[in-house]
Design a protein around this ligand. Structure first.
Ligand SMILES: [Mn+2]
Length: 315
């Protein structure tokens, strides 16, 4: 089962400077209205049902509002508007219903010309995000070429036949693509060999995944990896970007279910995100796994907010 959590603008608080042109997010973000001109729309997914099924540390359902509080005081540099659309809440273990509800909300936002940014929630959000984009492509005759770019320490490609969780969304998407005769285009950047079994590497290879491991993403190789990502994007019509915050080192992102002993630092992740943002094909993004109860001094929430800020820069 799913429920809507109404828009709560009281989450958007921060300092106000008296001098001109000094706005911050809390001063500019607006509650989404039905006839709003296109902009970026923040929509939360209050769920850790997938993390619970995956035997992870729960608490990501509190992620969306923690991310809003961290984003509120950041400086406003956008030209187009930004909106808050509230949260979709997963009730008890009703994950599939909540995913469908979120997907339907996203399809409406996409059809209205918005750029939705989904605030997770466990990484089970990814199946819903992709489904929302897929549904918005449905009326077209030719199968859409949707590319998924996942910044993650994990493939999240475990076999969904047993249980659907935060560890299975991309396998579920691959299954749907096969069912519909669509191509499955998946890039997973920041994967930890230590944290993914051989079976998962084999499945990723069989699915034609573009893989760059955490240890490969360094300052020397970054430019060539950015070009690999650009080549991947060139073969797609639409890009869905998903950021699992556990791709970051534990020191930068302690507030996640499965923190990374090594990880890929923000300094290396940001140029990859900029390449996706600037491609002109980004339709939808989400940030997953923020767990405020495990965070230290809101470090993870701040990192996530910085990424939303970067992702939504439009000039
Ligand atoms: Mn993940």
């Amino acid at each position: 089962m799913a429920a809507d959590t109404p828009i709560d603008m009281s989450l958007w608080q921060g300092r106000t400077d008296p001098e001109p042109d000094s706005d911050r997010w809390h001063q500019r973000i607006e509650p989404l209205a039905s006839n709003a001109v296109p902009g970026c729309v923040l929509l939360g997914f209050e769920s850790d049902a997938g993390v619970a099924r995956n035997q992870g540390r729960t608490g990501a359902a509190e992620g969306p509002n923690a991310l809003r509080r961290a984003l509120a005081p950041l400086a406003w540099h956008r030209t187009a508007p930004a909106y808050d659309a509230g949260n979709v809440r997963c009730v008890d273990d009703g994950l599939e219903a909540a995913q469908q509800t979120l997907a339907d909300r996203l399809t409406s936002l996409l059809t209205a010309g918005h750029l939705p940014i989904v605030l997770g929630g466990g990484h089970e959000v990814a199946y819903a995000s992709w489904l929302g984009l897929a549904q918005s492509c449905m009326p077209k005759t030719a199968p859409p070429r949707i590319g998924i770019i996942n910044l993650d320490a994990h493939f999240d490609l475990r076999d969904p036949a047993h249980i659907r969780s935060s560890g299975t969304p991309f396998a579920q998407i691959a299954d749907k693509c096969q069912e519909w005769g669509w191509s499955f285009r998946y890039a997973c950047l920041g994967v930890s060999r230590a944290a993914n079994t051989r079976a998962l590497f084999t499945r990723a290879a069989a699915l034609g995944t573009l893989v760059r491991e955490d240890r490969e993403i360094d300052a020397l190789r970054l430019d060539s990896i950015v070009r690999d990502v650009q080549r991947f994007i060139a073969k797609c019509d639409h890009i869905y970007l998903t950021i699992d915050l556990d791709v970051l080192p534990a020191a930068e992102a302690p507030g996640v279910s499965a923190s990374a002993a090594r990880g890929v630092s923000l300094a290396l992740i940001e140029p990859l995100i900029e390449a996706v943002r600037d491609s002109g094909k980004l339709r939808l993004a989400d940030l997953a796994e923020l767990n405020p109860s495990l965070d230290i001094d809101s470090r993870t929430a701040r990192a996530a907010a910085r990424l939303v800020h970067l992702l939504t820069l439009d000039n």
